[in-house]
Design a protein around this ligand. Structure first.
Ligand SMILES: Nc1nc2c(ncn2[C@@H]2O[C@H](COP(=O)(O)OP(=O)(O)OP(=O)(O)O)[C@@H](O)[C@H]2O)c(=O)[nH]1
Ligand SMILES: [Mg+2]
Length: 225
């Protein structure tokens, strides 16, 4: 059983909306791919990390939230993302100031068709990043595929996140693949593990409810001015 997870919202009262501190994304640029210690990890800019099993649509989600169609490579073949890719996004805050946030695209976990060594190497890289005590990881957006639901690998990842006391939101992508009945059932199932405001349902492909995902992620994190 997963404990209710801590959300990333400053007014984290159950059932209430999160505080919106940012109004708009101005632009986003790729900064660098990271595989070990590097200065970009510690420059004081808050990170929002997009994590999930291979092929759930992490890269597609980054493209959808930033409104850029091809900023991040989307793979026909799972296992495409092999580094921790940092994108710097410039945002307009609600007080008219501008600030920066890193959007972090991680490799997927659990891809069966690579060697066990490679799979372990990628998993170690993800664990190293999310358990790193010194990075300014404000929020983890854990993405799952609506059609697949929550897997044992996701639960293990959530437990790692909880151990580190990281803020997390569960992002359920690919809702375009479900009919109303299956979506209602999935919502019911996930409510056994999560509070309603910790979960957002959307489609990176059709863009349905991407605005809600923005509110729970980028718009709720205080950017570095
Ligand atoms: N139907 C549907 N397909 C989607 C959606 N989002 C992503 N996809 C498809 O899912 C596949 C994987 O997308 P990616 O964004 O590359 O997934 P990823 O999680 O970054 O994959 P890895 O980097 O390999 O771990 C692609 O074929 C996308 O077009 C969605 O909302 N609906
Ligand atoms: Mg990817």
């Amino acid at each position: 059983m997963i404990k209710p997870v801590k959300t990333g919202f400053s007014n984290d009262k159950r059932g209430e909306a999160c505080t919106i501190v940012c109004m708009k994304i101005l632009d986003t640029q790729f900064v660098q791919g990271v595989v070990n210690e590097t200065a970009v990890l510690y420059d004081g800019t808050p990170h929002i990390a997009f994590i999930g099993r291979s092929n759930v649509g992490k890269s597609s989600t980054l493209n959808a939230v930033t409104g850029k169609r091809r900023m991040v490579k989307v793979g026909q073949t799972p296992g495409k993302t092999k580094e921790i890719n940092f994108f710097k996004t410039r945002v307009l805050n609600d007080d008219e100031s501008q600030g920066h946030i890193y959007l972090v695209d991680l490799p997927g976990y659990g891809y069966a068709k690579v060697s066990k060594d490679k799979r372990n190497q990628l998993k170690d890289l993800i664990d190293w990043y999310i358990t790193h005590p010194e990075v300014d990881l404000e929020l983890i957006c854990l993405i799952i595929d609506a059609k697949v639901g929550l897997t044992d690998l996701d639960i293990a990842m959530i437990q790692t996140i909880q151990k580190r006391n990281r803020n997390m939101v569960l992002a359920v992508n690919k809702i375009d693949k479900l009919n109303q009945k299956s979506l209602s059932q999935l919502k019911k199932d996930l409510l056994e593990h999560f509070l309603p405001e910790q979960v957002v349902y959307y489609s990176a492909e059709t863009k349905k409810h991407v605005d809600k995902l923005l509110e729970k992620t980028i718009y709720s994190v205080k950017a570095k001015v």
